[in-house]
Design a protein around this ligand. Structure first.
Ligand SMILES: NC(=O)c1ccc[n+]([C@@H]2O[C@H](COP(=O)([O-])OP(=O)(O)OC[C@H]3O[C@@H](n4cnc5c(N)ncnc54)[C@H](OP(=O)(O)O)[C@@H]3O)[C@@H](O)[C@H]2O)c1
Length: 499
């Protein structure tokens, strides 16, 4: 019997003390196969894309998704950021994953069940919070907020992520304004620029990659390696084109062990040699696997000027002629994928350096300047590849092949450190990580909405201007001349050497 206000307070306090567990449960229906939904949700690294409180996730170990996989998740809470360490404790492929998360104030067990239905599948999400003694008394008052968070994360965040109906992005007003001035545009190349984009613009990427074949050049270091790892985790069938067999084999071994993806093949080619490009094309054509995504990423900056054993200037050979030749020759396999799956994608990795240069169609091999500069030659080739991207996009529109370019901003990679040591030293603190630099490549390969747009240059998943100043704009005649030069390139000498 409660006979005084004080007794009432004690009663409520005791009730609160008894609450040491809070359970949330949400169920959603998704019009997609259980396998696709499970693959996305079971890898808890994706929770930052849909959980309403998660602001950061990281894998804590190098192993495939399964029992024992651990993640760090940082959640926003009213009293500050809350780091949690999650571990998968039960894993039934395509059906059930159970994770235990441990933090300062509570332990939480998340049970995710995916069950096939007539129209796709049902996802049932239960989170059971066990409060630590210091928080037990507040558990009842926290519960309503927690339920709102659970609803927002599953019914809104996860449902929208899995429905995957995002629209193709347009440039934001803020970035369009930034691109009007070179210094503000360059600020976006930094780590800060990436964080700015990530926070505001990034949609989840739940498209299933298990049935997609991605060909990626330059996978042994920097951005290419970061992309290879991301795509391997997403289950894509990968063909990595690398020039060193040893490095390539070590990479495949590492990726297979780390991600559990067994579908990783190698093609060996020095891509600055057209004979090697032709060999890769012949090998892929013989295998006949449709190519859903071709990523032309391999690149380097050459100082001093050098020519290849085929007599071509290195930058021109590797950064322009090689991706041109590879892409043109692989078009039948891209088309095969487009016919089967409704689309194929080409991603050309260019560079913000191209903003400083205009196309010099009469001097593609940097022979006519008094003094050769590797950075200038590099930037001109990237400019030309951007123009080629626009031409392909137009020419192949009816083939359902989208062709886009991206630039990564400034990312801390072995290539930048070795070819631009002074720049690297000066900008070290503001450089993006390789993963941040590769993020837009990954988005262009995976995101559904990235397949709806063609002929654009992307930075941080947003189409951006291809010219910061009018002085770099080329004429229509020069563009056509570039097309003709590349289309009519006579590589007899190289082909003879290859024979
Ligand atoms: N990092 C940046 O800030 C930045 C900025 C703008 C544009 N980019 C562009 O991003 C792409 C990746 O650059 P990154 O910074 O990641 O460079 P990176 O660390 O040097 O990696 C370059 C990759 O390309 C490969 N490669 C180089 N020459 C090759 C050849 N002749 N044949 C076959 N493969 C070759 C390298 O293989 P090895 O391991 O055998 O050397 C390596 O896997 C490049 O196209 C670059 O121009 C980068």
């Amino acid at each position: 019997m409660i006979e005084s206000p004080r007794q009432f307070v004690l009663f409520v306090d005791n009730v609160y003390r008894l609450i040491d567990m809070t359970t949330l449960n949400e169920t959603i229906q998704i019009n997609r196969p259980a396998r696709e939904v499970f693959q996305y949700v079971a890898d808890f690294a994706t929770c930052v894309e849909w959980d309403s409180t998660a602001i950061e996730t990281a894998r804590l170990d190098d192993q495939p998704v399964g029992v024992g996989t651990r993640y760090k998740v940082v959640c926003e809470a009213p009293f500050g950021n809350l780091p949690l360490e999650y571990e998968i404790v039960e894993f039934e492929p395509d059906h059930k994953v159970v994770l235990v998360g441990r933090g300062r104030f509570f332990e939480v067990q998340d049970t995710i069940l995916v069950t096939p239905t007539d129209t796709g599948c049902e996802l049932d999400y239960t989170a059971e919070f066990t409060w630590k003694p210091m928080l037990k008394r507040f558990a009842a008052s926290i519960e309503p907020g927690l339920k709102r968070m659970g609803y927002a994360s599953v019914q809104k965040g996860l449902k929208a992520a899995l429905d995957d109906e995002y629209e193709a992005p347009e440039i934001s007003g803020e970035n369009a304004r930034a691109d009007r001035f070179v210094p503000t545009a360059l600020m976006r190349f930094t780590k800060r620029g990436y964080k700015r984009g990530a926070k505001k613009l990034f949609n989840p990427m739940s498209r299933y990659m298990g049935d997609k074949h991605v060909v990626l050049t330059g996978a042994t270091a920097g951005l290419g390696k970061a992309s290879a790892e991301f795509l391997a985790y997403r289950g894509a069938k990968l063909t990595l084109v690398v020039r060193s067999r040893e490095k390539g084999q070590a990479l495949v071994k590492e990726l297979k062990a780390r991600t559990g993806n067994k579908n990783i093949a190698l093609e060996i080619a020095d891509l600055s040699l057209m004979a090697d490009v032709d060999k890769v094309v012949a090998s892929l054509t013989k295998k006949g696997d449709p190519i859903d995504v071709l990523i032309n990423n391999a690149g380097a900056l050459f100082n001093p000027r050098e020519v290849t054993s085929e007599g071509l200037e290195q930058s021109f050979a590797l950064l322009l002629l090689s991706p041109y030749r590879l892409t043109e020759a692989l078009k039948p396999l891209l088309k095969k994928a487009a016919d089967a799956n409704g689309e194929a994608r080409v991603i050309n990795v260019v560079s913000g350096g191209m903003y400083s240069q205009k196309l010099r169609v009469w001097d593609l091999q940097s022979e006519q300047d008094d003094k050769y500069s590797g950075s200038v030659a590099y930037a001109r080739c990237k400019r030309a590849l951007m123009i080629k991207t626009e031409q392909w996009a137009e020419d192949w529109a009816d083939d359902d092949i989208v062709v886009n370019a991206m630039h990564p901003g400034w990312a801390d990679t072995p290539g930048v450190e070795s070819s631009l040591p002074e720049f690297h030293k000066l900008t070290r603190l503001v450089l993006r990580s390789a993963e941040e630099g590769a993020d837009t490549i990954n988005w262009m390969a995976v995101a559904s909405e990235a397949g709806q747009i063609s002929g654009k240059l992307f930075l941080d998943r947003e189409p951006r201007t291809t010219h910061l100043t009018s002085s770099t704009r080329e004429s229509d005649e020069s563009r056509e001349e570039l097309r003709e030069i590349l289309d009519n390139w006579d590589n007899t000498e190289a082909s003879d050497k290859a024979a």
